[in-house]
Design a protein around this ligand. Structure first.
Ligand code: GLP
Length: 248
């Protein structure tokens, strides 16, 4: 383990080992503080991590009974039952397989008739339960965390944002066509992310190597929003050796 710009770097040989390491960190947080407020992400990076969390729960090594969760983001507009909604992702990959109280799980409302009202309500809820004890997130190819696409400022809060074509294209692999990818999302801001007491970032595979390098070493700017995490007092970046390929 070593540090780059204040972030502790954990490189594991394989994706499976890295996902297990990240899941163990999340489980340790919950064992140490059963009432933890957790920040969760979605996406392919999260899948193996949640699979390990489910396994730890089945083995009775961790209970999520008293945790409160806040997801980073949700497409807009999208129904919570849509097969690609992040609400459904969380139910299918994690929440339905652990003992979390569904009432304690929060995801931005992608089906809100009034997205601005949904944004205000999400910030209110975050404020009433926060700060987040541990936030787990992947990074996008352009270093976005949540859906904080470039340009995003350091102090950004929960808001409705437009998705970049790069991200829509990257995520179109999950939809039947690019046209079906929603053009907007409701996402926590970088300000919300940086306020978390602890952050675990994860990245797997060679396609993320450049995003990992930029998140860790690019000068923090609105064009590389993930780099605003540099200097966070308690952030670790967990990755496999392929994602670490450009780090020295
Ligand atoms: C997506 C999501 C993020 C996710 C990131 C990486 O667009 N909004 O929450 O962490 O991009 O996704 P993946 O892990 O599938 O590469």
């Amino acid at each position: 383990m070593y540090h780059i710009n204040g972030i502790s770097i954990h490189v594991l040989p394989t994706q499976a080992a890295a996902a297990e390491f990240a899941a163990n960190q999340i489980a340790r947080q919950v064992v140490n503080k059963p009432t933890s407020v957790l920040g969760f992400c979605t996406g392919s990076t999260a899948e193996p991590v949640y699979a390990h969390l489910v396994d730890l729960h089945r083995r009775k090594l961790v209970s999520f009974h008293d945790v409160v969760t806040f997801n980073l983001d949700e497409y807009y507009p999208i129904s919570p039952d849509h097969v690609q909604s992040y609400a459904r992702f969380m139910r299918e990959r994690l929440f339905d397989s652990i003992d979390v109280n569904p009432r304690n799980t929060h995801i931005p409302d992608g089906a809100a008739a009034d997205p601005q009202a949904a944004v205000i309500e999400y910030e209110r809820l975050l404020g009433s339960f926060g700060p987040i004890d541990l936030l787990f997130a992947g990074v996008g190819l352009n270093t976005h965390i949540g859906f904080n696409e470039p340009p995003t400022c350091r102090t950004s809060r929960t808001r409705l944002v437009a998705l970049t074509e790069e991200t829509r294209l990257a995520n179109s692999r999950f939809f039947s066509s690019l046209c079906d990818v929603p053009s907007q999302s409701i996402t926590m801001g970088i300000g919300n992310v940086c306020e978390a007491q602890a952050v675990i970032l994860c990245a797997f595979g060679s396609a993320k190597a450049e995003a990992v390098l930029n998140t860790l070493t690019a000068p923090p700017s609105e064009e590389t929003p993930g780099a605003f995490i540099q200097g966070h007092p308690n952030c670790m970046f967990v990755m496999d050796s392929k994602a670490a390929a450009l780090l020295r």
